[in-house]
Structure formats: structure tokens, C-alpha cells
Design a protein around this ligand. Sequence first.
Ligand SMILES: Cc1ncc(COP(=O)(O)O)c(C=O)c1O
Length: 409
Amino acid sequence: MNNILPVNSTTPEKIVPSFIPYCQHSIEQEEIQEVVLTLKSAWLTSGPKTRSFEKNFADYIGCEHAVAVSSCTAALHLGLSVYGIGAGDEVITTPLTFCATAEVIEYQQAKPVFVDIEPETFNIDPNLIEEKISSRTKAIIPVHYGGIPCDMSAIYDIADKHDLKVIEDAAHALGSIYQNKKIGSFGNPTAFSFYPTKNMTTVEGGVVTTNDAEIAEKLRVLSLHGISKDAWKRYSSEGQWYYEVHHLGYKYNFTDLQAALGIQQLKKLDNFNSIREDYAKVYFDALKDVPELQLPQLYHDYFAGLRKDGFKNSWHLFVVMLAPNRLKIDRAQFIQELKTRGVGTSVHFIPLHVQPYYAKKYSYKEGDFPVAETVFSKIISLPLYPKLTADEIERIISIVKELVEDFHI
Ligand SMILES: Cc1ncc(COP(=O)(O)O)c(C=O)c1O
């Protein structure tokens, strides 16, 4: 007899919950509308909307000037460039960062000099900076890891003492607060990122903030080919055909289409950040007592209310660490298991000194930055973004706990 039923027709359908990606942006109708309006307007690239966005961003941060550029990488590069940091100079930074932080130093033919991190915050350890300062040192680039503000007063003291510039990498720190002031408002060039994984997005894009009008103007000029004042206006009715190139500039400008996204996203940033913090607290409460896991000491201090010093994490990342010798599987296997069970994760970051480019060029080797290496060996960043639902956060927590249960020693 012919079996007319498909082979599996009697098997109950297995409902596979959908994969939870590591990151997702939150673009809604308001952003789409603003982009469409901009597309229908007479101006697409850097123009009036970019200027409005810059004004709104500066107001949000509480700084004098915000110069929007094509990425945070560009913002960092301009920060070095505006101070004339170049060949033969040294710039101090952390090894536990994205390659962008150090590559901009290389663009200027200067040398990145790494300083190990604090085990509690994963930020550059100010106590170790001075021993790395030489006569060639010109600047420090602190990176606010995962949105956790660096110990800026210690860093400023060192910078003042040794006459160094400070350029902050605030790619993760949109909305972070240090001593009651937003990161980016302290005056020195501070670079933000609007890459889609960040706390708000303009697809690609960044901003550099400063309180110095002259620096802001230089940043603006450098971001558009080094062309004299108001280069962006040269095709408008107010503009003029004549221009001069006084500096070697870059094509780092931000477009009005990106600004359209930015204007709407910025309005939602505080709400995005408070959802991030709420979810971070749910993760923290659920995972803090699991012996196979460790959470950064800063998270313990933060949620215990011990950071009452006008300090706010933007919760760009939520990082868990695998406790040593507690699991039968290693970190890579743990990540693979999470993926198989439906959770995307990431690792922030592979320390730069072990990356082949830097290891080879500067003869760095394993053991040079023990804290960064130990932290790196244990960390996993869990999904944390406003688009996640409370149910998804609970699902991630139960998958993590289930994994620990299945593989604990
Ligand atoms: C710490 C850090 N700095 C800089 C950047 C570069 O940002 P962008 O992609 O906007 O150039 C990133 C990007 O992920 C980052 O994580």
C-alpha cells in the first residue's frame, strides 16, 4: 500500500525557539521617517541636519563642540592628528581594546605603548602608566571599557604632570557619567561610535567632542580634506567656489542621512541605556552566585551602591567570566555550546599585543600584560540591547545555567 502521508507527519512539530543574536539595533518608524524626509530634501551629505545633530549631541553630553565624522576610528585619528602627534612619538593605551584604538596611532606613524588593566574594571591601570612614560610619550588614550568610566582624575593628574594630551576612546561610553559629568564633557577630544552594535546607531558614524573652539574648527577642517572653513557649504547658495587647502585632511565627514538617524536615536538614548541597566541587573542577580562564573568586581560594587561618586556605566557590555577549573569545557567550547543552544555572544577583546601585527612589530609576547591576558582567557559578552525582551533575557540566563549544570566539574 502506498504511504500517502509524508514520513514525518505523525511526529509532533518541535518548536525551536529562535536564535538570540549577540546584538541588534533599535530602528523604528521615527528614524525611518526622518531618513525618508532627508532623502527627499535638497541635501544628502554633510549639511544642515549634520549641524543640528552636532548641536543636539553637544547639548546631551554637556560639552561646547561636537564634530560628527564617519566613524569613531576617524574621530580618534583626528584627535591625534589635531595635536600633531606623529613619527617617533609614543601614545599610551590599553591592550584590552578594539584594534581601532591602536591603529590610529599607527596611522600617525607613532608607537602604541600598552599598559596593563585593572582587574576590577578592565580599564587601563593608572598606577602602571608612569613607568611607561618616556621622553617620546605625547598622549594617553584611555578606553572606557564596556561603558565603565576610566579613573579619569588619576589619568588627568598623570597627563598634567608629564604634559601629555588625553584623547578618550568613548566608543562604549555613550551616556556614561564620571564625577557627575558625562564622558565627553571634560574638554579633551573624546571619540564616540555609532556603529550598529553601540548604544545608539547611525549605521556607521562617530563624533569627537571638545570644549575648545579652535580645536573643534581644526577637527572640522581635517575631517573634510583640510579645506578652509565651511567646506561643506561650497555647493550651497551661501557657499563660494574658492577654497584653500592648508592641511593634509581626510574624507571623514558625516552625512545628513546619518544625522537623520542620529537625531532620532539620540532622543531615545537615555531610555535605551536604562533598559540596558535593568537587563544588566537581571543578569547580575541571576548569575552572581553561580560558582562556575565570575562577574567583574565593578558590577558587584555598582549594584551594591558602592559607586555613589556620580558614576554611571552605560552598560554597553555585560561580561561574564568562566571561573578557572570549574568546567569541563573551555571558553571557546562554552561559546559554541551557547550558540548551538540559541544564544549569540562575543568576546571583548583579544588583547592587541598578542595580535600578530603588534606582536611582530613590537616583539610583544604572552605574559607581557598578565591581567589583560587572564581577563581575556575567561570573558564572554552576553547579548545586551533594548530590543531584547524580558523573556529572552530569562531564556539566556537559563541556557547559561543549564550549560554550567551540564559541564561543571
Ligand atoms: C573600544 C573601541 N574603540 C573604537 C571603535 C571603533 O569604532 P567605529 O567602528 O565607529 O570606528 C570600537 C568599535 O567597536 C571600539 O569597540
